[in-house]
Design a protein around this ligand. Structure first.
Ligand code: ADP
Ligand code: ZN
Length: 727
């Protein structure tokens, strides 16, 4: 038997992924497990969490060599449920526990005691010496308030320029309290009158909140059926109990419609958590979540890792969205981790969607998730009629992308004073720029990708690494002038066509280039509801969450796009995407109509959409997955080898391939092979794909396998468990 650990010894997990757990000496009065502490490491000071020693093994350090902790941080302890979540995520996704803890202690500034921060804003006083940069900064900043770094970033000048303006008195300091208590949402503020089906679903959710036990639900309601109103009743139940609730949304652009709905229902806004928060807001939000003062948090996937002390409910809205899968850092799926957190917390979780993932439906079939259905739209609104336009038969005019029936329908919609939406999931003007003289395609030097023309800003942009270049006058290869031609449409090109067709219409482009903050989403919703927009043209950003009652026509410009590439989920994804965008039409009193432009109307996905046969589509898709033992009927994991030296990367990938386990039933390994995206941000990439039986211990197998391969320091090996991306 090992000797009992002296009570004075503490095991501490830090936020530093390169470090394992470390031992420290506790002060005489002891430190409770879960406490956030400051510890010394060499000359540095780190934050860490006191952990159960038995769940995090570490190399023993002799008592005499132990250093003392520096002291506790003035924040509540990290709850046991969060510690178990950290361990689970680390084990499941094969990442160091410290990398997961980093997502919990995501705001280092929130861990110190200081209760105020200094932010800055334009004072109104002009500096004695005015320069071009100073003038530009002052005019772009307006009423903005933030840290020096933030002001510099927003106004596109250097920190030094901002500091200069501070010394000159043109920008003044403001002391901001970081511990403002968020307003308390009132569950009785304005409850809706639910329709019978909504009421039945809400009752089941409310009962589950009161039962204080793990209970996963699929809230499966057609677009416009009132899923939000329904799950907000469960949020109300959590509030009545005085506990916390978390609502996860897949994109920050969706928070605006949600915030409006929430405020109307509960009388104030919830606490928000997303990448667009200012540093002080982030700190306030973290502290409010950790103290329990934030009763409802709405946020992006990382909100899942906040240390709520009293969580009673999790809602994952638009639960089918693949953007819940994080691709860099710790590659986790927020939907799956949310279910695990609910299980650890022993609370209900609601996955709300009109187009469930096959994985989620399989859990319903297995009897693990309860299925709540809302089969019709709220208030008697009808589902839109869906019609395919066969582009092989009915072609747009030369050099155009919209076929006559769609243009005709847009004309009538406009004449009636109603709104139309065109959906094309391609940012920019054209996906490819080609030299008409020598045939060269303009590619990104850092990635296996074409540079995409963004005509509005007159730039070529790589959508993978973000590289931006001027559009050259001559072909970079053969030098021929004015020889470059744009091939294919992006949303900007569609906007150009629409402006030519309907010069008087007000057109709004909705893409991540135009809407990347909640404030921009708010402006969009405001002008849409004020009828200042006649035609929306958007990427997937416009396909979900919005409720514009006057929007009656939807056109899918290229329904074949999502089916290309042909990965495991291509069919499912097209079905979801087109159903979602179709679901924007006819949500008010006026009926909606949807046109789908395609070269293959006979494809099962499109045929099912036109026939309104979702069950048929799901049945066929599920059958195909089962036959191929693909998820959720089998398991996948990807091993990605990357580095700046192609030969080294290839050699490591081959060594991993040679060390692969053999003789395991149902296990197949594809590759190694260069990834389809074989160069990304200047790093060469090779991939292996592991396909195993559903019950196989894929993690154990891969962990053991990779220990048998020596990896050069310049090469990185990443494991992606349950991958969604295959490029
Ligand atoms: P979904 O999320 O299912 O697409 P929403 O929750 O957006 O549907 O509901 C569609 C519209 O109907 C929204 O404007 C919503 O406020 C309204 N609505 C739904 N249910 C009710 C209700 N019971 N009472 C009042 N309005 C409702
Ligand atoms: Zn690139």
């Amino acid at each position: 038997m090992p000797a009992p650990r002296p009570a004075s010894r503490l095991r501490v997990l830090t936020r530093n992924a390169a470090l394992g757990p470390l031992d420290y000496r506790a002060p005489a009065e002891g430190v409770p497990v879960g406490s956030v502490v400051r510890v010394p490491l060499g000359p540095r000071e780190l934050h860490g969490v006191v952990w159960e020693a038995e769940s995090l093994p570490a190399g023993e350090v002799a008592d005499a060599k132990l250093r003392a902790i520096l002291g506790p941080a003035p924040v509540p302890p990290i709850p046991a449920s969060v510690r178990r979540l950290v361990e689970w995520v680390a084990a499941y996704y094969l990442v160091p526990p410290a990398a997961v803890l980093r997502m919990v202690l995501s705001v280092p500034a929130a861990l110190d005691g200081a209760r105020t921060v200094t932010e800055y804003r334009v004072s109104g006083q002009l500096p004695e010496r005015m320069t071009e940069k100073r003038e530009a900064a002052l005019s772009t900043l307006g009423h903005a308030q933030g840290l020096v770094r933030e002001l510099a970033e927003w106004s596109g000048v250097s920190d030094a320029v901002i500091r200069g303006l501070i010394s000159a008195g043109a920008i003044e300091p403001v002391t901001v309290s970081v511990d403002r208590t968020p307003p308390l949402p009132d569950p009785a503020f304005d409850p809706p009158t639910l329709e019978p089906e909504q009421a039945a679903a809400a009752a089941a959710l409310v009962e589950a909140v009161h039962a204080h036990d793990f209970a996963p639900f699929l809230l499966d309601g057609v677009t416009g059926s009132g899923k939000t109103e329904t799950y907000l009743e469960a949020v109300a139940a959590a509030l009545e109990e005085g506990g916390q609730a978390l609502v996860l949304l897949p994109e920050i652009a969706l928070t605006e419609p949600f915030l409006r709905r929430f405020e109307a229902r509960f009388g104030c806004k919830p606490v928000q958590w997303h990448s667009d928060l200012r540093a002080s807001e982030r700190r306030t939000a973290w502290r409010a979540a950790a103290s329990g003062a934030a009763k409802v948090v709405v946020g992006a996937r990382s909100a899942l890792f906040l240390p709520y002390p009293d969580l009673r409910l999790i809602v994952v809205d638009e639960a089918h969205e693949t953007s819940f899968k994080q691709e860099d850092g710790v590659p986790y799926h927020a939907r799956d981790v949310a279910v695990m957190r609910a299980q650890i917390e022993a609370i209900p979780i609601v996955l709300a969607t009109a187009t469930p993932a096959i994985e989620t439906l399989a859990q319903v079939t297995r009897g693990r998730y309860r299925h709540l259905e809302l089969p019709s739209r709220y208030g008697g609104a009808q589902m839109p009629g869906i019609e395919a336009i066969d582009l092989r038969v009915t072609q747009p005019e030369a050099g155009r992308w919209l076929a006559p029936p769609l243009v005709e329908a847009m004309k009538t919609t406009l004449a009636r004073g109603e709104q139309s939406l065109l959906f094309l999931n391609r940012r920019g003007y054209a996906p490819l720029t080609l030299c008409r003289h020598c045939g060269t395609r303009i590619e990104c030097p850092n990635c296996t990708a074409w540079m995409v023309e963004h005509r509005l800003v007159k730039r070529l942009q790589c959508h993978h690494c973000g590289l931006v270049e001027a559009v050259p006058d001559a072909c970079p290869e053969c030098g021929e002038e004015h020889s470059l031609v744009a091939c294919g449409p992006g949303v900007e090109r569609i906007a150009e066509e629409v402006s030519a067709l309907f010069p008087d219409a007000n057109v709004a482009l909705v893409t991540s280039d135009t809407i990347h903050s909640p404030a921009q989403a708010k402006a969009l919703v405001d002008s849409a509801l004020a009828r200042e927009i006649d035609i929306f043209i958007g990427t997937q950003l416009i396909t979900k969450g919005y409720h514009f009652p006057e929007l009656t026509l939807v056109g899918v410009v290229d329904a074949d796009l999502a089916l290309k590439g042909g990965d495991l989920r291509a069919g499912e994804r097209s079905f979801q995407q087109i159903s979602q965008v179709a679901g924007r039409a006819g949500r008010g009193e006026k009926p909606g109509h949807v046109y789908i432009q395609t070269h293959q109307p006979e494809a099962p996905v499109l045929a099912a959409l036109v026939a309104g046969d979702a069950p048929g589509f799901y049945a066929a898709e599920t059958k195909a997955r089962r036959a191929a033992a693909m998820p959720p009927f089998g398991r996948l994991a990807a091993i990605i080898v990357s580095g700046p030296d192609e030969a080294q990367v290839a050699a490591t990938a081959r060594a991993i391939g040679r060390a692969a386990p053999t003789g395991i039933d149902g296990l197949t390994i594809l590759g190694p092979a260069p990834a389809p995206l074989s160069l990304l941000r200047g790093r060469f990439r090779h991939r292996l794909l592991v396909h195993a039986a559903r019950r196989a211990d894929v993690q154990g197998l891969i962990a053991d396998w990779l220990t048998r391969v020596e990896v050069n320091r310049n090469v990185r090996v990443t494991v992606d468990i349950d991958p969604y991306s295959f490029v």
